[in-house]
Ligand binder design. Structure first.
Ligand SMILES: O=C(O)CCC(=O)C(=O)O
Length: 275
């Protein structure tokens, strides 16, 4: 077992995140990148917009990462032994593009209640200050949900460009990860990320999120997969384990799941963004 140590759990409880945690080898991280780049080549646009979500449903490579025991051991230390995978997202910042993530709290628009869930951000490439790694505002998870302005900026990688104003950058901490490491963050910690100023892509494969079996989706319908333990509440529909890469039957479920997810993302919004 590679559970978090008492010290790591204490850090998470105090700061709202913990990193870095070694979970994949460089070879495994590179396999994820190759899978992404294979999809981009063979099925251009498939991973764009809403397509960056639920990718574990159409690829055994992504699905196996979600079931990685080192990741699950760490996640179990935070949310307990009954763990479901309720979503995945690729956060890709290409070199020479202007992508950024405004400061926000994940719990604001996601509809997962109670907050017995945690997000695993798995570095497929190195992620550092030069290429726009995440920045966390330590301790901010202890406060209530903040007002978010919905800005819908073109280069914001968030659905609505949801933005918390006046976050003091010098109080935020960069989450520097090597390819194969991950961070875990709390549903209400305030975080964001800046531009990629490097010559290569910055890629995060994000399990968004691992939820305890006691967590419901109060805004709509999600498709889950069991990661560990028992589904004690059976709140959600299940997706199949993918049969390969972009297999027809899996794509049908993927499309259905993405449509439902979009309804959740834009619940109550006046318009839709590109994700
Ligand atoms: O990839 C990023 O820079 C931000 C991702 C994020 O906001 C999240 O995983 O909750």
């Amino acid at each position: 077992m590679t559970k978090l140590s008492d010290q790591q759990i204490k850090f998470y409880n105090e700061k709202g995140y913990i990193a870095p945690i070694d979970v994949l080898s460089i070879k495994e991280a590179n396999e994820i990148r190759e899978e992404i780049e294979t999809i981009e080549k063979k099925w251009p646009n498939a991973l764009e917009g809403l397509g960056r979500n639920y990718v574990h449903m159409i690829s055994t490579v992504f699905n196996n990462v979600c079931l990685n025991n080192k990741i699950l051991d760490a996640v179990e230390s935070i949310i307990g032994k009954n763990i479901l995978i309720c979503g995945t997202t690729l956060f890709i910042k290409n070199a020479n593009e202007k992508g950024f993530v405004s400061f926000h709290q994940d719990a604001k628009y996601i509809g997962l209640e109670p907050h017995n869930w945690v997000t695993a951000w798995i570095a497929v490439t190195n992620s550092n200050e030069e290429n726009g790694c995440m920045r966390m505002w330590p301790g901010s998870h202890k406060e209530d949900l903040k007002n978010h302005e919905q800005k819908f900026d073109e280069n914001n990688l968030l659905t609505r460009g949801q933005t918390i104003a006046n976050v003091p950058i010098d109080e935020t901490e960069p989450i520097v990860l090597k390819a194969g490491q991950m961070s875990l963050h709390h549903p209400t910690v305030i975080h964001g990320s800046g531009l990629n100023r490097s010559n290569d892509r910055r890629i995060g494969f994000v399990v968004q999120s691992y939820i305890g079996s006691n967590v419901d989706q109060v805004l709509g319908k999600i498709y889950v997969q069991k990661a560990r333990g028992e589904d004690t509440n059976k709140f959600h529909e299940y997706s199949n384990v993918p049969k390969g890469l972009m297999v027809k039957d899996d794509i049908i479920v993927w499309n259905k799941a993405k449509d439902e997810l979009s309804k959740i993302f834009y619940s109550g919004a006046t318009k839709k963004g590109k994700y």
